[in-house]
Design a protein around this ligand. Structure first.
Ligand code: FE2
Ligand code: FE2
Length: 307
């Protein structure tokens, strides 16, 4: 797979001549999403690379995952740009990110189907491949939304109830532009999306600790799994009734602070080999990856201010 070239002046001049000139605030909001998610996407590719069965038939898949990791790491390094970078640079970076992550989404979809139908083999659970695909779809959704206010991802695609209805996927830094009713929908959708995501993180950890010797870690992970599931159901009720959003957000914040601290402590125990037996059956980076995703969610929650 080759990097996707995008930069060409003709396209940019055409854009400037049209009425579709990007607004700077939207471009900067997209870059802020890219700073967080290109790293996480690169790590997804690395987790896939690590989790595939190394039989000779899967060499191609392994190399594709590796190439995605290389390309996404490069994209991430380009998101650390000067605050006064020209609009054209930001625009091109956003376009290249959309193209590359859309290819990654396709790769994850095909891998998920291969694992589900037993045509591919991995220690990586199929459900986790679907999980990282949903995160990638939400990420591209935020970038598309920053372009001319386009909604491109259905709630179904993001694993939310509501079928073919389009999801909001508004970048965090643009919430202040939304009228209250739309902000309510964004809050409910993000709460549902990340409750499911963190519930799956906790469930995956609970299945990955070493039997007996890491039992107390497993029990704590199971509690987080259940607590996030409960909040997922609560979020659906809030959407139905149109009430008690503030209470839901407070509970999400409280649970997410506790989950963030648990993951931080876990990472500390693993990286100093103080966890019982000194190691875990999952890569240490996974705990840090999950911790950064919960920190991102806390940042989202802190942005919802309802009077
Ligand atoms: Fe992730
Ligand atoms: Fe995740």
């Amino acid at each position: 797979m080759q990097p996707t070239p995008f930069s060409h002046n003709a396209f940019w001049s055409q854009l400037l001549n049209s009425r579709l000139v990007p607004d700077r605030e939207s471009l900067l909001a997209a870059v802020e999403e890219m700073k967080v998610w290109t790293v996480l996407m690169a790590e997804h590719a690395k987790f896939i690379r690590l989790g595939l069965d190394p039989n000779p038939n899967q060499e191609e898949l392994f190399r594709m995952a590796d190439q995605f990791a290389i390309e996404l790491d490069r994209l991430y390094s380009r998101t650390i740009i000067a605050p006064n970078a020209p609009d054209e640079t930001l625009y091109i970076l956003r376009e290249e990110t959309i193209v590359l992550v859309n290819k990654l989404i396709q790769f994850k979809k095909e891998l998920f189907q291969a694992l589900e139908s037993c045509q591919g083999l991995a220690i990586l659970p199929a459900i986790l491949v679907d999980h990282v695909r949903r995160e990638a779809d939400r990420f591209v959704g935020t970038l598309e939304r920053s372009k001319h206010d386009q909604q491109t991802r259905s709630r179904d695609t993001l694993g939310l109830s509501g079928g073919g209805q389009l999801a909001q996927t508004v970048p965090r830094q643009l919430y202040h532009r939304l009228p209250p009713q739309q902000l309510f929908t964004v809050a409910v959708e993000e709460t549902m999306f990340f409750s499911r995501i963190h519930s799956e993180h906790a469930e995956h950890l609970s299945m990955s600790f070493r039997p007996e010797v890491q039992e107390s870690h497993r029990q704590t992970a199971i509690r987080f799994h259940h607590d996030y599931n409960n909040l997922l159901m609560q979020a659906a009720e809030v959407e139905q009734s149109g009430t008690q959003l503030r209470q839901l957000i407070d509970e999400e914040r409280k649970l997410s602070h506790a989950f963030r601290d648990y993951l931080g402590q876990l990472l500390d125990e693993i990286s100093t080999c103080r966890i019982p037996t000194g190691q875990t059956n999952f890569p240490p980076l996974l705990a840090d990856h999950m911790r950064r995703e919960v920190i991102y969610f806390i940042d989202i929650l802190d942005r919802f201010r309802f009077s």
